[in-house]
Ligand binder design. Structure first.
Ligand SMILES: [Fe+2]
Length: 338
């Protein structure tokens, strides 16, 4: 499909391809009773992107409170948090010893509610020199080992949950120019060309490794495809998307655009899920989700992934805690939208 742009036939495709069904397990979808506990056999994680804003913290705090209430009300045993990049906007004075680690991470997403690893990836604002890049500080904070913060490298692999894993996660560094030889943020803010080549070789090697888990999920800060203002990423489409198709990646998680999205493309094995509503200022969408969807909304919020050996359930939630969009994806790749 040319540049994989789904046009006005999208709605018809959705009607034809997806078996729309009311999924009781999806919770507070209108007309469906909300379960107060999660599926006992499921492993649950919550995710946010674009959360560590520097100039105002009310929106971040609002989303964090909603996450805590959501987890507590459902008696969710959250087994991981995913921090999808742009973890630190502005200056991080003191680096790994900055007070912001306490006030904007440890206290807002407290271990008393989220007693689990917090897997983080790097966004453009983490690289941004303000005046220093925050990348080394984030790696160092993880290395110190006194926190739930996990970032063993710029790109890495982990299994989820830690015991009896169901998902193989590939965490990537998506900070690269939109076009070769250029950069939208300046050389110092991106991977070097050599690092790009190294990561790409590592990625394919990881895809070739045998895995025992039923699901394969990749996460990177920049979306490959987005209805938001940053749009589609030509280099990621060129370098990563063919591998997602070849190795049948089930799900790609991203942030960067400050909204919540879920995009599907005909005959593409990967669902594209964007959760960038963690606290930074919101911007208007560029593409109406009625033209390319099934879902995109300019809203603060977070997202929930619940997985069993048979299926993944993905939900986007507002900062009021209500479910805005939900779908399941089974082992054979079928997507059912609630
Ligand atoms: Fe970003």
């Amino acid at each position: 499909m040319d540049s994989l742009v789904v046009d006005v036939t999208r709605r018809r495709f959705l009607r034809q391809t997806f078996a729309f069904s009311a999924l009781a397990a999806l919770g507070s979808v209108p007309g469906i009773a909300a379960p107060q506990t999660s599926d006992a056999s499921a492993a649950d994680l919550l995710m946010i992107g674009d959360w560590g804003y520097d100039t105002q913290h009310e929106a971040q705090a609002g989303v964090a409170v909603a996450m805590r209430k959501y987890a507590q009300n459902r008696r969710l045993r959250t087994q991981a948090l995913l921090m999808l990049g742009d973890n630190w906007y502005g200056a991080l004075e003191g680096g790994a010893t900055s007070e912001r680690w306490q006030t904007q991470f440890e206290q807002l997403y407290p271990a008393s509610v989220f007693d689990c690893p917090s897997y983080a990836i790097l966004g453009n604002h983490d690289y941004q020199r303000w005046p220093e890049s925050k990348v080394e500080a984030e790696l160092e904070y993880a290395r110190a080992g006194r926190s739930r913060w996990k970032m063993p490298a710029r790109w890495y692999r982990f299994d989820f949950p830690e015991r009896n894993p169901l998902i193989t996660f590939i965490a990537l560094d998506s900070n690269m120019p939109f076009k070769d030889g250029t950069s939208d943020h300046g050389r110092d803010f991106t991977l070097t060309p050599q690092q790009q080549v190294e990561q790409l070789a590592w990625l394919e090697a990881e895809f070739k490794r045998p895995r025992a888990t039923p699901f394969l999920v990749v996460m990177g800060h920049h979306p490959v495809y987005s209805d938001g203002p940053h749009g589609d990423h030509p280099v990621l489409i060129r370098d990563w998307d063919p591998l997602f198709r070849k190795y049948k990646v089930d799900l790609y998680l991203a942030g960067h655009d400050h909204d919540l999205q879920h995009l599907e493309f005909e005959n593409h094995p990967t669902s594209f899920f964007l959760s960038g509503g963690g606290g930074a200022d919101l911007y208007d969408l560029k593409i109406d989700p009625s033209k390319r969807g099934p879902f995109a909304q300019k809203v603060y919020g977070f997202s929930h992934l619940s997985v069993t050996s048979e299926k993944m359930v993905l939900r986007h939630l507002s900062d009021g805690g209500s479910i805005l969009h939900a779908f399941t994806k089974t082992r054979d790749g079928k997507v059912n939208i609630a």
